[in-house]
Design a protein around this ligand. Structure first.
Ligand SMILES: [Zn+2]
Ligand SMILES: [Zn+2]
Length: 151
């Protein structure tokens, strides 16, 4: 599902003007189905789609680099230059604006952090654990769920 968002639209327009000196004149939307891809460019109607998970989990600088990457496709396509990854034009422009070459892989894995109430030892687990049954391996203290992070 694609979701229009004024904030995203404004951000993309801003990055386009500031980093490319060119206006972004189409739509930028969130796409909840994207998993490992940061964003997508659609040559059919020139809209851009972005992965909301990347926005949540990356720093604003990294997300801006993803926007730059998609804008490289966008502006080169409109200028009728080589807008695909393998094209020299694309590589040059991406390097010039400091865009992200590949989507970061960090997003895919999620893990939970538990902490021992007694000795303070932290445990990272990909799977959820039953804190009633499992105890700290060092002191057999009670484990408490802390937070969920992404690798
Ligand atoms: Zn791309
Ligand atoms: Zn412990």
């Amino acid at each position: 599902m694609e979701v229009l968002d004024l904030e995203l639209q404004t951000l993309v327009e801003q990055v386009s003007l500031e980093d490319f000196g060119l206006a972004f004149e189409h739509q930028a939307v969130w796409n909840n189905r994207l998993r490992t891809t940061g964003g997508l460019f659609y040559p059919m109607d020139c809209h851009l789609a972005f992965n909301p998970l990347m926005y949540q989990r990356l720093t604003s600088i990294q997300f801006r680099q993803i926007i730059r990457h998609e804008l490289c496709h966008y502006h080169l396509f409109r200028q009728k230059k080589g807008y695909q990854h393998r094209d020299r034009d694309f590589k040059n422009l991406l390097a010039k604006v400091d865009g992200l070459r590949y989507s970061p892989k960090v997003m895919s894995k999620k893990y939970r952090i538990y902490q021992c109430q007694k000795c303070g030892q932290e445990f990272k687990r990909v799977r959820q654990i039953d804190t009633k049954r499992f105890r700290c391996g060092r002191c057999s203290g009670k484990l408490i769920y802390q937070t969920t992070r992404y690798m």
